[in-house]
Write a protein of this length. Structure first.
Length: 273
């Protein structure tokens, strides 16, 4: 694997294994500069969302870069207050307008909003058929939410983006997604920095002459999970990309797997109806 490596989604679309997330990156220059530097470094996967308020800056960076549009995988998401059939159609058009794009590579339902998520998914299926999204998927869906969706959908979601790290090792969900051909994608793989000083993580990282952040990212990739660390710092964007020239031994993977504590640094969808 390398920075250009892609996993193949259930509709045949390739998604880069590693990307840049821009959650909590300030709209404007901060987001623009981070995305531009990531593209210059070799990233080909940018993940944003309507609620991040920085789609416009992402689009500007994409146009300013020398990377052809067809080489960059762009994700954005349907926010909670935009759920419903007509609302979701309009929300996607608004995101495309802010991004300045004719289509996105992946459009996700950001959260399984009760009662409305079924109609929202029907809208995403229409957007997919119209070519406004090369792939559609969900985010923060548990096994229960996926089971519900799979009973009624015409298009099986390609991706489920969830919090995932050794400290949030959602093995049951990972296994379920594999069985049903849904690609798991990790947000907050670096635990928002909360676990970078974990003694065992630091010890194992030192043994590989790597940073704790690099070990967390490599662990996700070795589980065949698409991984989107967030950073606005050029040096860390570059550091996060240097995870393809080593492999974690099976024994160390097992030990990292054992660190699970159901850590939630953002939302916990477990009890969402």
């Amino acid at each position: 694997m390398d920075l250009a490596s892609r996993f193949t989604l259930n509709n045949g679309v390739g998604i880069p294994a590693l990307g840049l997330g821009v959650f909590q990156a300030e709209p404007g220059e901060e987001t623009h500069d981070a995305v531009l530097h990531a593209l210059e470094t070799g990233y080909r996967h940018i993940d944003t969302a309507r609620v991040y308020r920085n789609e416009h800056a992402v689009g500007e960076a994409l146009r300013e870069s020398c990377v052809p549009r067809g080489e960059v995988f762009v994700t954005t998401k349907l926010w909670n207050r935009d759920h419903g059939f007509e609302q979701a159609l309009a929300a996607c058009d608004a995101s495309l307008n802010r991004l300045g794009l004719a289509f996105v590579d992946l459009y996700l339902v950001h959260w399984p909003v009760e009662e409305l998520r079924g109609e929202s998914w029907r809208a995403l299926e229409q957007l997919y058929r119209e070519g406004k999204c090369r792939a559609i998927g969900v985010s923060n869906y548990t096994v229960r939410h996926l089971e519900e969706l799979l009973t009624s959908c015409e298009v099986v979601p390609t991706v489920n983006q969830v919090e995932f790290s050794p400290f949030t090792f959602q093995l049951e969900l990972l296994d379920f997604c594999r069985v049903h051909g849904i690609q798991l994608e990790a947000y907050s793989p670096l635990t928002k920095g909360l676990k970078l000083d974990d003694p065992y993580l630091k010890k194992i990282a030192a043994a590989y002459d790597r940073t704790p952040a690099q070990m967390l990212l490599r662990w996700c990739l070795e589980h065949q999970v698409v991984t989107i660390p967030k950073s606005i710092t050029p040096a860390r964007i570059e550091e996060n990309a240097r995870v393809f020239d080593f492999k974690i031994a099976a024994e160390d993977m097992h030990r990292l797997n054992s660190l699970d504590e159901n850590l939630r640094t953002s939302w916990d969808p477990t009890d969402t109806p």
